[in-house]
Design a protein around this ligand. Structure first.
Ligand code: SF4
Length: 361
């Protein structure tokens, strides 16, 4: 399973589910978006396994992404989830900070968990490297690569022109023979980065009269406390922990909702369909509400019950429904290329295709 397979499905509603296996992490990176520590909370394993048990061959996400915190702090749970997911015909992807690589050996339970998932992704950045040297991470990745494991690297810099990105990509490409895809991202002002990172600029302003679909309102996220949110925006995940999620972004809770209910709400909820097709600013403006930020329009403007009701009424109009379907289909058809153009990092997008054989899925 190549990274491009995942990215190609990124705008496909319910094609994947993200499970936060734990918020805990033994590393202490200054940019950690989840502000994780070893004292952080983690969900009861039985509750998580019960939710995964509601996936069936007939009704399941195609991909299950295991994240944290550091999911490999619970290697037995990761392995059990991966085995169950495979039983129903789906595939798993796990993102790790690779704390274990610093010691020069991979503990047996961690190795079994890595073997159990279909795709293993390593998180590399300057903050990780102060605790786990890049060379140690690349040694483990090289061994996994030689054994035939599907891998990728998620490389994070401070800005798109951070010299660290250029040096690190050259090193990774050389050490792994250009066979491992690299997804380059930049630090966002969330978690421990919020107090010191300057706010992100407005970027290329899209006027609210122009639709700007949100491809991220497509994959449910099981948050640290079991609440299921409609997107992975860290502010949304944080709001879920505080019980402050706007109604349209709260899909349920895994203590009492199974996959079928979560999938149906994600697919059928009117505002989410509108956000996926028109984007939150355009939808809010159709409902007569103004808002400067993109996600702020989703959380604040559409979170206001009066605006949400008016937006719902607009989406009910027959002509609007037809346009919504066409825009949704266009975004999905754009696949990995459209996703990278929109969310990838300038100058590094093509690295996501490394190791992808021409003609592969
Ligand atoms: S627009 Fe809404 S659904 Fe999309 S990423 Fe922002 S908060 Fe999430």
């Amino acid at each position: 399973m190549h990274l491009l397979d995942l990215l190609a499905a990124r705008a496909e509603p319910a094609a994947a589910a993200l499970l936060t296996v734990t918020r805990r992490c033994p590393l202490a990176c200054a940019h950690c978006s989840t502000a994780s520590s070893m004292e952080s909370e983690q969900i009861d394993a039985a509750v998580l396994k019960r939710f995964v048990a509601t996936f069936t061959v007939a009704d399941r996400p195609e991909y299950v992404l295991l994240t944290g915190g550091e999911p490999l702090l619970r290697p037995g749970l990761v392995r059990e989830i991966a085995e169950r997911v495979r039983e129903v015909g789906a595939r798993t992807h796990l993102l790790s900070g690779m704390f274990f690589a610093a010691g020069g050996r991979t503990p047996a339970p961690v190795r079994r968990a890595i073997d159990a998932v279909d795709h293993f992704a390593a998180s590399i950045d300057a903050f990780h490297e102060r605790q786990v040297p890049r060379a140690a991470v690349l040694r483990v990745l090289r061994q996994l690569l030689d054994e035939g494991k599907d891998l990728s690297v998620q490389l994070t810099g401070l800005t798109p022109d951070d010299p660290y990105l250029r040096r690190a990509t050259e090193d990774i490409r050389r050490e792994l023979d250009d066979r491992v895809p690299i997804l380059v991202t930049v630090v966002r002002p969330a978690g421990r980065a919020r107090p010191w990172l300057p706010p992100v600029g407005a970027g290329a302003a899209v006027h609210p009269t122009v639709p700007a679909p949100c491809a991220l309102a497509a994959w449910p996220v099981v948050c640290f406390d079991g609440t299921v949110a409609a997107c992975c925006n860290q502010d949304v995940v944080d709001a879920a922990a505080l019980g402050r999620l706007p109604a349209h972004l709260r899909l349920g809770h895994i203590a009492h909702d199974g996959w079928v209910a979560i999938r149906e709400r994600l697919l059928e909820r009117e505002l989410l369909r509108g956000i996926r097709a028109f984007g939150p600013r355009h939808l809010a403006s159709l409902a007569g509400a103004g808002c400067d930020g993109y996600c702020a329009a989703c959380v604040t403007a559409l979170g206001e019950p009066g605006t949400a009701t008016r937006a719902g009424a607009v989406l009910e109009r027959p002509g609007v429904r037809a346009v919504e379907r066409q825009l949704g289909a266009l975004v999905r058809a754009g696949g990995a290329e459209m996703f990278l153009r929109r969310y990838g990092t300038e100058g590094y997008r093509e690295l996501a295709a490394l190791g992808h054989e021409a003609g592969a899925s």
